[in-house]
Design a protein around this ligand. Structure first.
Ligand SMILES: C[S@@+](CC[C@H](N)C(=O)[O-])C[C@H]1O[C@@H](n2cnc3c(N)ncnc32)[C@H](O)[C@@H]1O
Length: 312
Protein backbone atom coordinates (compact mmCIF):
# COMPACT_ATOMS: atom_id res chain seq x y z
CA UNK A 1 0.00 0.00 0.00
CA UNK A 2 1.29 3.51 -0.81
CA UNK A 3 2.56 5.52 2.17
CA UNK A 4 0.77 8.83 2.61
CA UNK A 5 1.63 12.30 3.86
CA UNK A 6 -0.98 14.74 5.10
CA UNK A 7 -0.59 18.24 3.71
CA UNK A 8 -3.24 20.71 4.85
CA UNK A 9 -5.97 18.14 4.61
CA UNK A 10 -4.78 16.67 1.29
CA UNK A 11 -3.55 13.11 1.26
CA UNK A 12 -0.79 12.57 -1.24
CA UNK A 13 1.06 9.31 -1.66
CA UNK A 14 4.84 9.56 -1.50
CA UNK A 15 5.15 7.87 -4.87
CA UNK A 16 2.59 10.32 -6.30
CA UNK A 17 4.61 13.25 -4.98
CA UNK A 18 7.82 11.78 -6.38
CA UNK A 19 6.18 11.34 -9.77
CA UNK A 20 4.84 14.90 -9.66
CA UNK A 21 8.30 16.23 -8.83
CA UNK A 22 9.92 14.14 -11.54
CA UNK A 23 7.36 15.24 -14.15
CA UNK A 24 7.97 18.89 -13.20
CA UNK A 25 11.75 18.49 -13.50
CA UNK A 26 11.44 16.60 -16.80
CA UNK A 27 9.28 19.40 -18.21
CA UNK A 28 12.08 21.97 -17.90
CA UNK A 29 14.43 21.93 -20.91
CA UNK A 30 18.17 21.63 -20.11
CA UNK A 31 17.45 20.85 -16.44
CA UNK A 32 15.67 17.74 -17.60
CA UNK A 33 18.60 16.89 -19.93
CA UNK A 34 21.10 17.17 -17.08
CA UNK A 35 18.93 15.06 -14.76
CA UNK A 36 18.19 12.41 -17.39
CA UNK A 37 21.84 12.09 -18.27
CA UNK A 38 23.41 12.10 -14.81
CA UNK A 39 20.88 11.29 -12.08
CA UNK A 40 20.97 7.63 -11.08
CA UNK A 41 21.49 6.64 -14.72
CA UNK A 42 22.49 3.05 -13.95
CA UNK A 43 19.41 2.37 -11.86
CA UNK A 44 16.93 3.83 -14.36
CA UNK A 45 16.38 0.79 -16.59
CA UNK A 46 15.78 1.82 -20.19
CA UNK A 47 17.24 5.34 -19.83
CA UNK A 48 19.50 6.31 -22.74
CA UNK A 49 22.41 8.72 -23.16
CA UNK A 50 24.81 9.69 -25.94
CA UNK A 51 24.72 9.54 -29.72
CA UNK A 52 27.30 7.40 -31.51
CA UNK A 53 27.75 6.33 -35.10
CA UNK A 54 28.91 2.75 -34.59
CA UNK A 55 28.35 -0.14 -32.18
CA UNK A 56 32.10 -0.18 -31.38
CA UNK A 57 32.15 3.54 -30.57
CA UNK A 58 29.20 2.98 -28.24
CA UNK A 59 30.96 0.12 -26.46
CA UNK A 60 34.06 2.29 -26.02
CA UNK A 61 31.97 5.07 -24.51
CA UNK A 62 30.46 2.62 -22.01
CA UNK A 63 33.79 2.50 -20.14
CA UNK A 64 33.09 5.90 -18.57
CA UNK A 65 29.48 5.11 -17.65
CA UNK A 66 29.28 1.61 -16.16
CA UNK A 67 29.85 -2.11 -16.70
CA UNK A 68 29.17 -3.18 -20.28
CA UNK A 69 26.68 -5.90 -21.24
CA UNK A 70 23.65 -7.64 -19.82
CA UNK A 71 23.66 -8.31 -16.10
CA UNK A 72 23.40 -12.12 -16.19
CA UNK A 73 22.20 -12.46 -12.62
CA UNK A 74 19.34 -10.06 -12.86
CA UNK A 75 17.89 -10.71 -16.29
CA UNK A 76 16.02 -13.81 -15.17
CA UNK A 77 15.23 -12.72 -11.63
CA UNK A 78 11.57 -13.41 -10.82
CA UNK A 79 10.86 -9.72 -10.32
CA UNK A 80 11.62 -8.83 -13.91
CA UNK A 81 11.04 -12.10 -15.70
CA UNK A 82 7.49 -11.05 -16.39
CA UNK A 83 4.66 -13.46 -16.83
CA UNK A 84 4.82 -15.34 -20.12
CA UNK A 85 1.14 -16.18 -19.74
CA UNK A 86 0.12 -12.58 -20.44
CA UNK A 87 -0.68 -11.60 -24.02
CA UNK A 88 -0.14 -7.88 -24.39
CA UNK A 89 -1.93 -5.68 -26.91
CA UNK A 90 1.28 -5.33 -28.90
CA UNK A 91 1.54 -9.14 -29.30
CA UNK A 92 -1.61 -9.54 -31.39
CA UNK A 93 -0.22 -8.56 -34.82
CA UNK A 94 2.53 -11.16 -34.36
CA UNK A 95 0.05 -13.78 -33.18
CA UNK A 96 -2.17 -13.09 -36.21
CA UNK A 97 0.58 -13.42 -38.85
CA UNK A 98 2.25 -16.30 -37.06
CA UNK A 99 -0.98 -18.26 -36.89
CA UNK A 100 -1.38 -17.91 -40.66
CA UNK A 101 2.25 -18.77 -41.42
CA UNK A 102 2.73 -21.86 -39.26
CA UNK A 103 2.54 -25.21 -40.99
CA UNK A 104 3.51 -28.75 -40.19
CA UNK A 105 7.32 -29.00 -39.72
CA UNK A 106 7.74 -25.20 -39.66
CA UNK A 107 11.00 -24.05 -38.12
CA UNK A 108 10.96 -20.74 -36.28
CA UNK A 109 14.18 -18.92 -35.51
CA UNK A 110 13.36 -16.64 -32.58
CA UNK A 111 16.28 -14.22 -32.20
CA UNK A 112 16.46 -12.65 -28.73
CA UNK A 113 13.57 -14.84 -27.57
CA UNK A 114 14.78 -14.78 -23.97
CA UNK A 115 14.21 -18.05 -22.06
CA UNK A 116 11.30 -18.88 -24.37
CA UNK A 117 9.18 -15.81 -23.58
CA UNK A 118 7.49 -15.69 -27.00
CA UNK A 119 7.20 -19.49 -27.23
CA UNK A 120 5.41 -19.88 -23.89
CA UNK A 121 3.15 -16.89 -24.50
CA UNK A 122 2.05 -17.59 -28.08
CA UNK A 123 1.88 -21.37 -27.76
CA UNK A 124 -1.20 -21.04 -25.57
CA UNK A 125 -3.20 -19.81 -28.55
CA UNK A 126 -1.43 -21.14 -31.62
CA UNK A 127 -2.15 -24.85 -31.50
CA UNK A 128 1.32 -25.62 -32.86
CA UNK A 129 1.20 -28.02 -35.84
CA UNK A 130 3.12 -31.29 -35.64
CA UNK A 131 6.92 -31.37 -35.86
CA UNK A 132 7.38 -27.64 -35.37
CA UNK A 133 10.82 -26.53 -34.14
CA UNK A 134 10.99 -23.28 -32.16
CA UNK A 135 14.65 -22.34 -31.90
CA UNK A 136 15.62 -19.43 -29.68
CA UNK A 137 18.96 -17.76 -30.44
CA UNK A 138 20.16 -15.94 -27.34
CA UNK A 139 23.11 -14.87 -25.22
CA UNK A 140 24.82 -17.74 -23.32
CA UNK A 141 23.21 -17.08 -19.92
CA UNK A 142 19.72 -17.04 -21.48
CA UNK A 143 20.45 -20.24 -23.40
CA UNK A 144 21.54 -21.98 -20.20
CA UNK A 145 18.54 -20.75 -18.22
CA UNK A 146 16.11 -21.50 -21.06
CA UNK A 147 17.47 -25.00 -21.73
CA UNK A 148 17.05 -25.94 -18.06
CA UNK A 149 13.58 -24.44 -18.03
CA UNK A 150 12.55 -26.32 -21.20
CA UNK A 151 13.69 -29.61 -19.66
CA UNK A 152 11.66 -29.00 -16.51
CA UNK A 153 8.33 -28.14 -18.17
CA UNK A 154 6.45 -29.53 -21.16
CA UNK A 155 8.09 -27.70 -24.09
CA UNK A 156 8.92 -30.33 -26.72
CA UNK A 157 9.35 -27.90 -29.62
CA UNK A 158 11.70 -25.52 -27.82
CA UNK A 159 15.44 -25.50 -28.59
CA UNK A 160 18.21 -23.01 -27.81
CA UNK A 161 21.40 -21.88 -29.46
CA UNK A 162 23.88 -19.02 -29.28
CA UNK A 163 24.69 -19.27 -33.01
CA UNK A 164 22.35 -17.63 -35.48
CA UNK A 165 23.63 -19.97 -38.23
CA UNK A 166 21.98 -22.89 -36.38
CA UNK A 167 18.70 -21.37 -37.51
CA UNK A 168 19.47 -22.11 -41.18
CA UNK A 169 16.47 -23.73 -42.81
CA UNK A 170 13.99 -21.75 -40.70
CA UNK A 171 10.97 -20.62 -42.70
CA UNK A 172 9.94 -18.03 -40.07
CA UNK A 173 12.25 -15.50 -38.43
CA UNK A 174 10.86 -13.84 -35.31
CA UNK A 175 12.48 -11.09 -33.26
CA UNK A 176 10.59 -9.18 -30.56
CA UNK A 177 12.18 -6.26 -28.71
CA UNK A 178 15.70 -7.47 -29.42
CA UNK A 179 16.88 -6.19 -32.82
CA UNK A 180 18.03 -2.92 -31.27
CA UNK A 181 20.60 -4.73 -29.07
CA UNK A 182 22.40 -6.60 -31.83
CA UNK A 183 25.68 -5.52 -33.35
CA UNK A 184 24.43 -6.41 -36.83
CA UNK A 185 21.27 -4.97 -38.31
CA UNK A 186 18.35 -7.09 -39.50
CA UNK A 187 19.53 -7.58 -43.09
CA UNK A 188 23.03 -8.59 -41.95
CA UNK A 189 21.59 -11.11 -39.45
CA UNK A 190 19.35 -12.63 -42.11
CA UNK A 191 22.18 -12.85 -44.63
CA UNK A 192 23.82 -15.37 -42.26
CA UNK A 193 20.93 -17.75 -42.92
CA UNK A 194 20.88 -19.72 -46.16
CA UNK A 195 18.30 -20.16 -47.54
CA UNK A 196 16.64 -17.00 -46.26
CA UNK A 197 13.50 -17.48 -44.14
CA UNK A 198 10.45 -16.78 -46.27
CA UNK A 199 8.65 -14.82 -43.52
CA UNK A 200 10.14 -12.27 -41.13
CA UNK A 201 8.25 -10.94 -38.12
CA UNK A 202 9.76 -8.07 -36.15
CA UNK A 203 8.15 -6.43 -33.14
CA UNK A 204 8.92 -3.56 -30.75
CA UNK A 205 11.80 -1.96 -32.58
CA UNK A 206 12.62 1.74 -32.15
CA UNK A 207 12.79 3.33 -35.61
CA UNK A 208 12.36 6.91 -36.74
CA UNK A 209 12.76 9.16 -39.75
CA UNK A 210 16.23 10.54 -38.92
CA UNK A 211 19.70 9.16 -39.40
CA UNK A 212 20.52 5.74 -37.89
CA UNK A 213 22.59 5.98 -34.70
CA UNK A 214 23.53 4.12 -31.51
CA UNK A 215 23.03 5.18 -27.93
CA UNK A 216 23.86 3.66 -24.52
CA UNK A 217 20.96 2.14 -22.64
CA UNK A 218 20.90 1.52 -18.91
CA UNK A 219 20.13 -2.14 -18.23
CA UNK A 220 19.85 -3.34 -14.64
CA UNK A 221 23.11 -1.86 -13.34
CA UNK A 222 25.06 -2.08 -16.59
CA UNK A 223 24.92 -0.45 -20.01
CA UNK A 224 24.35 -1.88 -23.48
CA UNK A 225 24.70 -0.40 -26.99
CA UNK A 226 21.27 0.31 -28.47
CA UNK A 227 20.54 0.93 -32.16
CA UNK A 228 17.92 3.40 -33.34
CA UNK A 229 17.48 2.89 -37.05
CA UNK A 230 16.04 4.93 -39.86
CA UNK A 231 12.71 3.31 -40.69
CA UNK A 232 13.00 3.51 -44.48
CA UNK A 233 16.56 2.17 -44.35
CA UNK A 234 15.30 -0.92 -42.52
CA UNK A 235 12.51 -1.49 -45.03
CA UNK A 236 14.78 -0.86 -48.05
CA UNK A 237 17.39 -3.30 -46.74
CA UNK A 238 14.68 -5.98 -46.64
CA UNK A 239 13.45 -5.14 -50.15
CA UNK A 240 17.06 -5.50 -51.35
CA UNK A 241 17.11 -9.01 -49.84
CA UNK A 242 14.00 -9.98 -51.82
CA UNK A 243 11.21 -9.30 -49.30
CA UNK A 244 8.04 -7.23 -49.47
CA UNK A 245 6.56 -5.35 -46.56
CA UNK A 246 3.14 -6.91 -45.99
CA UNK A 247 2.11 -5.21 -42.74
CA UNK A 248 3.43 -2.72 -40.23
CA UNK A 249 2.10 -1.40 -36.90
CA UNK A 250 3.32 0.74 -34.02
CA UNK A 251 2.78 1.50 -30.35
CA UNK A 252 3.39 4.82 -28.58
CA UNK A 253 6.60 4.65 -26.59
CA UNK A 254 9.14 7.39 -25.84
CA UNK A 255 12.91 7.38 -25.82
CA UNK A 256 14.51 10.68 -24.89
CA UNK A 257 18.24 11.16 -25.51
CA UNK A 258 19.38 14.04 -23.29
CA UNK A 259 20.72 17.04 -25.24
CA UNK A 260 19.65 15.48 -28.55
CA UNK A 261 15.98 16.39 -28.95
CA UNK A 262 15.95 15.61 -32.68
CA UNK A 263 16.87 12.00 -31.86
CA UNK A 264 13.83 11.38 -29.66
CA UNK A 265 11.70 8.36 -30.46
CA UNK A 266 7.94 8.37 -30.03
CA UNK A 267 6.94 5.02 -31.47
CA UNK A 268 8.15 1.44 -31.54
CA UNK A 269 7.29 -0.44 -34.73
CA UNK A 270 6.44 -3.94 -35.80
CA UNK A 271 6.89 -5.30 -39.34
CA UNK A 272 5.84 -8.35 -41.25
CA UNK A 273 7.91 -9.07 -44.36
CA UNK A 274 7.36 -11.98 -46.73
CA UNK A 275 9.43 -13.21 -49.65
CA UNK A 276 8.37 -11.86 -53.04
CA UNK A 277 6.84 -15.25 -53.90
CA UNK A 278 4.73 -15.46 -50.74
CA UNK A 279 3.75 -11.84 -50.16
CA UNK A 280 1.03 -11.81 -52.82
CA UNK A 281 -0.73 -14.67 -51.02
CA UNK A 282 -0.99 -12.63 -47.81
CA UNK A 283 -3.41 -10.12 -49.19
CA UNK A 284 -6.30 -10.02 -51.67
CA UNK A 285 -5.37 -7.47 -54.38
CA UNK A 286 -8.97 -6.81 -55.30
CA UNK A 287 -10.05 -6.30 -51.68
CA UNK A 288 -7.10 -3.94 -51.10
CA UNK A 289 -8.04 -1.83 -54.16
CA UNK A 290 -11.69 -1.69 -53.07
CA UNK A 291 -10.72 -0.70 -49.51
CA UNK A 292 -8.69 2.22 -50.89
CA UNK A 293 -11.54 3.30 -53.13
CA UNK A 294 -14.02 3.16 -50.25
CA UNK A 295 -11.70 5.13 -47.97
CA UNK A 296 -11.37 7.86 -50.62
CA UNK A 297 -15.16 8.11 -50.89
CA UNK A 298 -16.01 8.19 -47.20
CA UNK A 299 -16.07 11.67 -45.71
CA UNK A 300 -16.41 11.66 -41.97
CA UNK A 301 -18.53 14.48 -40.47
CA UNK A 302 -15.55 15.94 -38.58
CA UNK A 303 -13.49 16.02 -41.80
CA UNK A 304 -16.27 17.85 -43.62
CA UNK A 305 -16.42 20.45 -40.81
CA UNK A 306 -12.67 21.17 -40.83
CA UNK A 307 -12.24 21.10 -44.60
CA UNK A 308 -14.97 23.65 -45.34
CA UNK A 309 -14.94 26.22 -42.52
CA UNK A 310 -17.84 28.63 -42.48
CA UNK A 311 -19.77 26.83 -45.19
CA UNK A 312 -22.24 25.03 -42.92
C1 LIG B 1 14.28 -6.56 -24.22
S1 LIG B 1 14.74 -8.26 -24.23
C2 LIG B 1 13.37 -8.97 -25.14
C3 LIG B 1 13.13 -10.37 -24.73
C4 LIG B 1 11.88 -11.04 -25.30
N1 LIG B 1 11.93 -11.18 -26.74
C5 LIG B 1 10.63 -10.29 -24.89
O1 LIG B 1 9.98 -9.69 -25.74
O2 LIG B 1 10.32 -10.30 -23.72
C6 LIG B 1 16.07 -8.30 -25.40
C7 LIG B 1 16.66 -9.68 -25.55
O3 LIG B 1 17.70 -9.65 -26.53
C8 LIG B 1 18.69 -10.56 -26.13
N2 LIG B 1 19.96 -10.27 -26.83
C9 LIG B 1 20.76 -9.21 -26.69
N3 LIG B 1 21.85 -9.34 -27.47
C10 LIG B 1 21.71 -10.51 -28.14
C11 LIG B 1 22.50 -11.21 -29.09
N4 LIG B 1 23.67 -10.71 -29.54
N5 LIG B 1 22.06 -12.38 -29.58
C12 LIG B 1 20.88 -12.91 -29.14
N6 LIG B 1 20.08 -12.29 -28.23
C13 LIG B 1 20.50 -11.12 -27.73
C14 LIG B 1 18.77 -10.34 -24.63
O4 LIG B 1 19.38 -11.40 -23.94
C15 LIG B 1 17.30 -10.19 -24.27
O5 LIG B 1 16.70 -11.42 -23.91
Amino acid sequence: MAQSDSTEGHWLSKSGMRKGLRDTVFAVPLVSDVVRKHWNFLSRVGACRGVFSTYQETEDAAATVGPLGYNDHLVFGPEIRGDPADMRKRDYPVLFWLSRALAESSKILNLGGSAGMEYFTYRQFLGLPRHVIWMVCELPHAVEFGSNLARSVNAPELAFTTRIEDGAGADIFLCCGALQYLEQDLAACLARLQPLPTRVLINRVPVYEGETFFTLQSSFGSVVPYRIQNRQELVDSMIDLGYQLVDCWYEKREIVIPFHPARSIHEFYGFYFASNELAAKDWDDEAVATAHEVRARITHPWMARTSAPGTA
